[in-house]
Ligand binder design. Structure first.
Ligand SMILES: *Cc1c(COP(=O)(O)O)cnc(C)c1O
Length: 704
């Protein structure tokens, strides 16, 4: 048989194209292709195809690709990418509006994959998932964020259980980023004024399917030293660093898009960090000679805003002195006095004591605003009533779109295989059509689902043990007992998210005796895995980590309670796949939406959560477990905490454990599996970002 001629240069080009389009971050076969090239580098590089390619010589790559099997895998992945890029989605029609004029999405952090660590937590992951779904559904989308050369931080826990932060400089040659240059190969730059200096801003381009991201940075030789590391860390530094980062993101970002000749149909600000962009757009309008009020109207027509934070103190505010110090040149260029400028950021414009709030600026300069769950919408409307004199809270123009997750990014390979097998290769398309999805879920055999749960739990436990071995060895401790930690038969509870105190990580240990009884039952074993980072300046959050770490070393809980260090997207993927029950017990209504619980659904995990954020809307009494009721608290905080702990024990003891351990004649927990199917059926088609982005399009992006 005639063999097809092997063109190395052509095949190599395909490999590089695959590695540089982050569509691979949600395509299992492409991940496997790169992992196989060098399993060791893949594992040690946070699963990074470019690091793998940088490790392999031309000669090696050539030989590997000459293997027919490897070559056909490459071609399958490559064809699948080409098809993906051309795909016409069912909702594409309404999106033609954006063909020439994209949606420009601004966010202070965007989390696409662990190998590009420019995110800190939920907000960043949400932005990344938004980016991916925009690409999936064919929405012309350009994202803007900062390039944090040192990321957030790498978390280590010391022998006292205290969180230590390590900052690691990213090697840009290993990242899927390309400097943005003009035709002559020169860096494209814009300048922003910060204080008395002009700061140069350049950008890297990242491709995610059909979406494009620009990561701005100031580490350029012409910049003064203290401006060069402004963008080094996510939310690093004091309020001067903070306002400077926000100037770069908002003003620098808007200028950069203009420099590249983008003409966005809409600017979407995800949280207030980027709200200075509205003032840059205002500046453009004023330069055209339009009067101020008309210019403001023009800007508002183009801007929409998403608010998350349900507490007043959580919103960025800057003093008049800091605004004056950082932005006086810009204020003058707008033809405004400092006081006139301050009014854009004040609830009460004439209150000279009031600081400049980024959320207020965003609300004033947008044509539409939304919160991220129904309850978060209600809380936000109450919080900002003062901004709309004469309106009652219900009339405040802040709607809501409940957050989702990008299903394929959080789906375990093993779970995907089950869906392909029992539903078919096009199983994923059915998620768009709840009725079809319902029929599809019914086709998954109970035994397959339960075998999947075992496989994922087993994989998680092995992952945890390996991590713990490394952790213990580093601390100079014996790791012999690690083999005995956790059991593949035990009900496995996960609690992983940022260790902000309102999330109350140690709530389960409010009553040590009761916690001990629940975790120590040899007949019905229960184990709980914690993971998460505290902000470097949040000592109370770090104390929570310490408390959990100490419990994990306490003889009463050892082997049943684990704290896994270094929470990131990779650790999250393991946990949301392997845990049977995802615990979420924030102080209501402080969890704006929460998304981590949505990631367990497609992997066959169940949620057990306070009636807050997304869960309040999703829970139907049969698709998971509620902690307490859907009710506003009238109690002081400590009493509410005690009540919530009581409710938590109640549901774990009386509902979760009995259901999990109720096995039928064939050994299956039939009722538990029924609940998994109800969870899959009712929630998977709703709490994903494809649905979410479509909702943004119809309710906010399209002009009414
Ligand atoms: C999903 C996710 C979050 C968000 O978790 P919440 O429970 O919504 O706070 C935070 N960090 C990482 C790494 C995630 O993957």
């Amino acid at each position: 048989m005639a063999q097809r001629a092997f063109h190395f240069v052509k095949e190599r080009k395909k490999v590089y194209e695959l590695a540089h389009n982050l569509r691979w971050s949600f395509d299992c076969p492409t991940q496997q292709f790169f992992a196989k090239l060098s399993p060791r580098v893949w594992d040690r590089s946070d699963h990074n195809p470019i690091a793998v390619l940088n490790e392999i010589s031309e000669e090696e790559l050539r030989s590997r690709l000459m293997n027919g099997e490897v070559l056909s895998e490459l071609n399958e992945c490559y064809d699948s990418l080409q098809q993906y890029l051309k795909r016409v989605h069912s909702s594409s029609q309404s999106l033609s509006h954006f063909e020439k004029h994209p949606v420009a999405y601004f966010s202070a952090e965007i989390g696409i994959h662990e190998s590009l660590p420019i995110y800190s937590g939920g907000l960043g992951i949400l932005s990344g998932d938004h980016t991916k779904s925009a690409s999936d559904i064919g929405l012309n989308f350009v994202g803007v964020t900062l390039f944090y050369r040192q990321g957030y931080f790498v978390q280590r826990v010391n022998s006292e259980g205290w969180q230590m932060e390590e900052y690691v400089q990213q090697d840009q040659h290993n990242l899927p980023i390309a400097p943005v240059t003009d035709e002559g190969g020169n860096l494209v730059k814009v300048q922003v004024q910060i204080g008395r200096s002009l700061v140069s801003v350049a950008a890297y381009k990242v491709t995610v399917g059909r979406s494009v991201l620009y990561l701005l940075e100031t580490d350029l030789p012409e910049n003064e030293m203290h401006y060069r590391d402004l963008t080094a860390r996510v939310y690093g530094g004091d309020s001067t660093t903070r306002i400077s980062q926000e100037i770069i993101l908002g003003i620098g970002g808007a200028k950069f898009l203009k420099e590249l000749e983008y003409q966005p149909a809409v600017y979407h600000m995800n949280e207030g960090h980027s709200a200075f962009l509205t003032l840059e757009l205002l500046h453009e309008q004023l330069m055209l000679g339009k009067p101020l009020t008309r210019s403001i109207d023009e800007v508002k027509k183009k801007c929409v805003f998403t608010t998350h934070t349900p507490v007043a103190a959580g919103h960025d505010r800057f003093t008049q002195d800091l605004i004056n110090f950082s932005l006086s040149g810009f204020v003058t260029s707008l033809g405004l006095t400092l006081d006139e400028f301050m009014k854009f950021g004040r609830v009460n414009p004439s209150d000279k004591e009031e600081t400049f709030c980024m959320t207020v600026l965003a609300l004033k300069m947008s044509r539409g605003a939304n919160a991220v769950s129904e309850l978060n919408g209600k809380v936000s409307r109450q919080m900002w009533t003062g901004l709309y004199p004469g309106k009652k809270a219900e009339q405040v123009p802040i709607g809501h779109i409940t957050n989702g997750i990008h299903s394929l990014s959080w789906l375990a390979m093993e779970a995907r295989a089950v869906y392909v097998k029992s539903i078919g290769p096009k199983w994923h398309d059915k998620l768009d059509r709840p009725a079809d999805w319902k029929t599809a879920v019914a086709k998954v055999p109970d035994e397959e689902l339960w075998a999947l749960r075992y496989a994922l739990r087993r994989r998680l436990i092995e992952f945890v043990r390996e991590k713990m071995r490394l952790q213990l060895t580093r601390l100079g401790n014996s790791s012999d007992w690690v083999e005995k930690t956790l059991s593949a038969d035990a009900l496995t509870i996960g609690f992983s998210r940022r260790f902000a105190t309102y999330k109350r990580a140690p709530l389960f240990f409010t009553d040590m005796e009761r916690a001990g009884r629940l975790l120590g039952d040899p007949q019905r074993p229960v184990q709980i895995i914690f993971s998460g980072k505290a902000h470097p300046r949040d000592d109370a959050g770090k104390a929570f980590i310490q408390q959990v770490v100490r419990l994990s070393r306490d003889p009463r809980f050892m082997g049943r309670v684990v704290f896994l260090e270094g929470y990131n997207m990779a650790v999250a993927r393991q946990l949301v796949a392997g845990c049977d029950l995802w615990l979420n017990n924030p102080r209501r209504p402080l969890e704006a939406s929460g998304t981590s619980g949505q990631k367990v659904i497609m992997n066959g995990g169940l949620n057990c959560s306070v009636m807050d954020g997304w869960w309040r809307e999703a829970f139907n009494g049969k698709n998971g477990f509620s902690i307490g009721e859907d009710k506003d608290s009238q109690l002081p905080v400590d009493q509410q905490d005690a009540l919530d702990a009581e409710n938590l024990y109640d549901v774990i003891e009386n509902k979760v454990i009995p259901l999990y351990y109720d096995r039928d004649a064939s050994g299956l927990p039939a009722k538990w599996i029924k609940m998994i199917k109800e969870s899959l059926r009712t929630m998977a088609p709703v709490y994903n970002t494809d649905r979410m982005v479509r909702e943004y399009v119809s309710k906010y992006y399209l002009q009414k």
